[in-house]
Every structure is written in C-alpha cells, then in structure tokens.
Design a protein around this ligand. Structure first.
Ligand SMILES: Cc1cc2nc3c(=O)[nH]c(=O)nc-3n(C[C@H](O)[C@H](O)[C@H](O)COP(=O)(O)OP(=O)(O)OC[C@H]3O[C@@H](n4cnc5c(N)ncnc54)[C@H](O)[C@@H]3O)c2cc1C
Length: 472
C-alpha cells in the first residue's frame, strides 16, 4: 500500500543528506511498497506538475535527495535482495537494499561486490544513481562497471528495463526502444568521474542512466556483477617526511606492486586529526595508506620499499584486530575533521577533483602552493592512487569564505585545463552546477536538459539535480 506522510515532523528527516544544502522544503513523502504504488505516486505528481525528488539512504554529499519543494519518493520499502546467483556471480536487488545488508549476505556466501561502497547505510539504488565509488575503487573502479541491469519507472508511468550489452550509441543516438536520447556533444573524460550525464561514443545505453542522480527515472531494481570473496589482505601505512616527494613514491607503488586494493594519502595537517586515536603517528610526517594481498613475500617487498623511500615509521594491520584498527584509521579521518569544524561552526569547502594520471603531479603541486601561500586552514587527503584528492578548506569568516570559493574556482580551472573533472565520485547534485558548466559549457547543460525532457517530459523529477532549474 502507498504510504504518504504529510506531517512536518515526519518529513524533516528527509530534508537533509550529508551535504550542507539547507534550502530544503517538501509537502509530502510517498513511501511506495511496490511499482504499482510508485506509479500511482508519480501519476499524482505528474497530474499537478508537482516536483518530485527520489530519496535513497540519504548519504549523498551534494543535496541530491533534498528537494526545494514538492514531494519526495522514498525507496526505503524496496529493501529486498531478489536473487543471488552464486554460480553466475551476479545478483538482483531492489533499489532500497541497504549496502551493509547486501555485503553481509555476500560474506555468508563467500562472494564480494567489488565497488565496496564506503558508506554502508547507502542504498544500492542511490549508489547506481550517483555512480558511487568505494574503498577499493583503485583496484575495481566505480559502481558503473558492475551494474548489469537497471529497472526504472519513469514519470510517464512507463517502465524501462535496460541490460548491459543490449544496445549501444549509434549514429548519435542512445536507444531505449520507445525512447531515443541524443548523444551529448561533450565527452566524459576517461578518468574517475561522476560529473553530469555519461557520454562516450558507442556507449552502452545503460551508462546514461548510471550516475543520472535521480533526474531520468526512479530506479526500482539493480542487477550487479559479483566476484569470489577476496583473498586475505593487510594494511600498511608508511609515514614519510617529505610531502613534495609523494607523487614520485605513489608512482613507484603503482608500477612496482600489482595486488594493491587501496592507495590513499594523508597530508601531515590531516594526520593531526588522528593523533588522539593513534598517538604513534610521528610528527611532521605525511602518510601513504596501502591495502594489499597478504603473504610473507609481499611483506618483505613492502618493507624494502619503505626503507628505499625513506619511511620514518610504519603501521601494519595484518591480524584481525590491527587490520580493523587501521581500517578505522581511514574512516575516522573525515569523521574527526567534520566534527571538529562543526563544533567551531565552520563549513568546509571540499573538492572532489580528479585529473588524468600524467597530470596529477601538476595538480598536486598547485594544491601544495596554495597551502603554503594562503592563510586559510586547509588539508588534503584521499584517493591518490586514482589521482583524486579531497582538498578541503576551512574558512573562519566571510572574507575567508569568499577567498575559499575563489581558490575552489582556481583549482577547478586548473584541473579542467589538464583534462580533469569537477566531480570524481560525489556527483553534482544541487551545489556544483557552476562547475559542471565550467566543465561542459552552457551547451553541455542544455544538451543534458534536452535528454532529461525525453525521459521526464514535465521536468518534475529531481529538479535542480545536475541541471540548473532555469535550463528546464
Ligand atoms: C561518511 C560518508 C562517506 C562517503 N564516502 C563515499 C565514497 O567513498 N565514495 C562515494 O562515491 N561516495 C561516498 N559518499 C557519498 C554517498 O554515500 C554516495 O553518494 C551514495 O551513493 C549515496 O547513496 P544514498 O542511497 O545514500 O543516496 P541519497 O543520498 O539518498 O541520494 C543520492 C542521489 O541519488 C538519487 N537516488 C537515490 N535513490 C535513487 C533511485 N532509486 N532512483 C533514482 N535516483 C535515486 C537521489 O535523488 C539523489 O540525487 C559518502 C558519504 C558519507 C556520508
């Protein structure tokens, strides 16, 4: 039965996600139990042209599930794992399946879902809608690569079921049977990227839907590929004295070791936020965090590597207790940073930029120069293996806020000049239109708006996500 909440206090929890987007408002939340309910909710919205926003687990960082007005459709009752095919290494899930539940079930069956999304309270539908990356994206890549099938309900009531390998872009069109979308003239760069609608020649039709941030249809089912459970792994954290050498050291890991799952970087300022939990962190050091396949020969190779590159100290997590302690090392950093600055009432300006491998060291030097020259508190950490660092600024007053936004623009322009992206994993949502326009131009946004109208003729779905409202 279709549940509808209209009381203010029942709606409040749907009006936020992990972003600082605060222009929220809604008059009702639909909670469908099945596709018939969902169609009914969408038909009611379409009849009055009421904006409607899809809500998953609410862990997005760009305000995507947070509406400015209208209705919300929550997928929280679409939480069933429909099928796990162990032999075929694949699964079909309802869109509201919580990632934590899915991973636990796979664990029981000695299987693994390679995107391994970092935030386990997210829903699989939200992961597909944002093309989320996870803890092992250095090795496996983002969600996109593992989505085999999507089932969507459109605002017209039509059902769209698309399987990978079924149809491809041809003669400038992406074909869905009854629907045909023109291929945008821009191209998604071949790097870690979740900025705007995906666009590549000969692309699989399913790839336009992945990462469309709740603007084309409501995903109800996701088919994914699986692999066998992973071999035993360990974590090693090297502390190095010289941040300016880190790109060179990272390059040596990339070329010298094949069984690496995670390759992360923590600049020395970011490590300050971990010292209360990990007092053994040396002063004046940055860290390279590596998760790799266990084995005594590998350990020897890593030890030699640390020594050859002048590591000051090393933390190793191989037995379950220490492994978990170092997993927490990685997870705790953003939590500690966020809670520290929240207490001070400071809103961070956070970047999600990635660039092609060959230009990473130039982008990194650009950040380092800003850190040295600017008085605004800033830190860097993140996915160095994928040329994707989170450069965070913490402005204390209005003047610093304005300067922080200028710096953001400078970093974006630098990355774009190097073939990079403004959004490597978090998407555009309602807060990064300006930068998406810097990336693909006004024409690119207008092309996205044209595609959206083919799927959602009244432009009621996910308004303000990816495409600015004035383009719709
Ligand atoms: C602590 C923390 C760590 C994180 N780490 C990472 C990380 O490492 N990598 C990363 O990529 N992200 C990360 N995220 C961001 C977030 O987890 C992902 O963006 C995730 O995919 C959002 O899923 P969700 O179900 O919470 O979606 P929501 O936040 O509810 O929604 C996100 C977007 O997807 C749309 N949507 C949701 N469900 C559907 C559906 N069924 N059909 C159509 N559209 C839908 C919404 O409208 C919205 O635009 C992190 C977030 C937190 C809080």
């Amino acid at each position: 039965m279709l549940q509808v909440k209209t009381e203010k206090e029942d709606i409040l929890s749907y009006l936020e996600d992990a972003s600082n987007f605060r222009e929220a408002g809604a008059e009702k939340v639909y909670i469908p139990e099945n596709e018939e309910d969902l169609k009914q909710a969408l038909a009611e919205c379409a009849a009055t042209k009421m904006p409607v926003t899809v809500s998953g687990g609410g862990t997005g960082t760009v305000g995507g599930r947070v509406p400015r007005k209208g209705a919300i459709i929550s997928l929280e009752r679409f939480g069933r794992i429909l099928n796990i095919d162990k032999e075929g290494r694949k699964a079909v899930l309802q869109a509201g399946t919580v990632i934590k539940d899915f991973l636990s079930e796979l664990d029981r069956q000695s299987l693994f879902y390679p995107p391994f999304p970092t935030e386990r309270t997210a829903f699989i539908g939200g992961n597909a809608a944002t093309n989320a990356s996870g803890e092992y994206s250095y090795r496996f890549g983002p969600t996109r690569k593992y989505v085999r099938k999507l089932r969507m309900v459109l605002t017209t009531g039509e059902i769209l079921e698309v399987e990978r390998g079924q149809s491809f872009e041809k003669d400038g069109f992406i074909d869905y049977g009854n629907l045909r979308a023109p291929l945008p003239s821009y191209r998604t760069p071949p790097i870690k990227c979740s900025a705007g609608y995906f666009s590549q020649e000969s692309m699989d039709s399913i790839d336009l839907l992945i990462g469309s941030e709740g603007t084309l249809g409501v995903i109800t089912e996701v088919g994914v590929s699986l692999i066998d459970a992973l071999p035993p792994r360990f974590i090693i954290i090297f502390f190095f004295p010289d941040e300016d050498r880190i790109t060179e050291i990272t390059g040596a890991v990339k070329s010298g070791f094949s069984d690496v799952y995670s390759l992360e970087f923590f600049e020395r300022g970011s490590l300050e936020f971990l010292k209360k939990d990990y007092p053994e962190i040396p002063d004046n050091a940055c860290a390279l965090y590596i998760e790799a396949v266990s084995g005594s020969r590998e350990m020897e190779k890593w030890a030699e590597f640390g020594e050859a590159n002048g590591a000051l100290d090393t933390l190793i997590g191989e037995d379950p207790r220490n492994y978990q302690r170092l997993i927490d090392f990685r997870h705790r950093l953003p939590e500690n940073i966020n809670s520290f600055f929240r207490q001070l009432g400071i809103v961070k300006v956070a970047m999600d930029i990635s660039v092609p491998d060959r230009h990473f060291s130039e982008q990194y030097s650009f950040y380092r120069r800003i850190m040295k020259e600017e008085p605004i508190h800033s830190i860097i950490f993140g996915h160095i293996g994928e040329n994707h660092l989170h450069f965070n600024l913490f402005p204390r007053d209005q003047k610093e806020k304005e300067r922080a936004m200028e710096i953001y623009g400078e970093c974006v322009r630098k990355a774009l000049s190097l073939g990079g992206t403004v959004a490597a994993e978090h998407g555009i949502g309602k807060i990064k239109h300006k930068w998406l326009q810097a990336m693909y131009g006004k024409e690119g946004l207008m092309e996205m708006a044209r595609i959206k109208k083919i799927f959602d003729p009244h432009s009621i779905l996910g308004r303000g996500n990816i495409i600015p409202e004035e383009f719709l």
